[in-house]
Design a protein around this ligand. Sequence first.
Ligand SMILES: [Zn+2]
Length: 170
Amino acid sequence: MTRTVAPTRTSSCACGRVRCRATGAPIISLVCYCDDCQEAARRIEALPDAAGFREADGGTALLTYRDDRFSCTAGEELLADCKLSEAAPTRRVVASCCNSAMFLKYAPGFWVSAYRARFEGDLPRLEMRIQTLHRQADSPLPRDVPSHRGFPIKLYARIIAARAAMMLGR
Ligand SMILES: [Zn+2]
């Protein structure tokens, strides 16, 4: 039996000093429209020379990986946290060299959500749009993938399955 080699994907900041590596298939590939993602994107995009990283309709495309399958491979000392409030459980991590949004980390979680816009090459297909209740665009909601007004059961199921696999060392 042949085992397929897990694909490795690299994300880079706009100036190339910060690089992150993701291994294997993501837990999920989605676009999020929640208030926090939108507010954080507005703040990060307002930083000097920051490159936009959102979809045309304001959604934030993310590739979510297990902690053990995502790492910063260059320029880690340049990473800076952006939090919406001091007590917020989520920090969004920006490459301070060029103000590129790299990934976000929800403190209690075992996963990292990397900003899709920072990756190059062949990327996993989009699977769902979530938190569409908070979508602000006037354009019709794209119907390419299922949309959910909140967090769908399927997303929780994926996270639970990923946690189980991680605990089993798979
Ligand atoms: Zn940079």
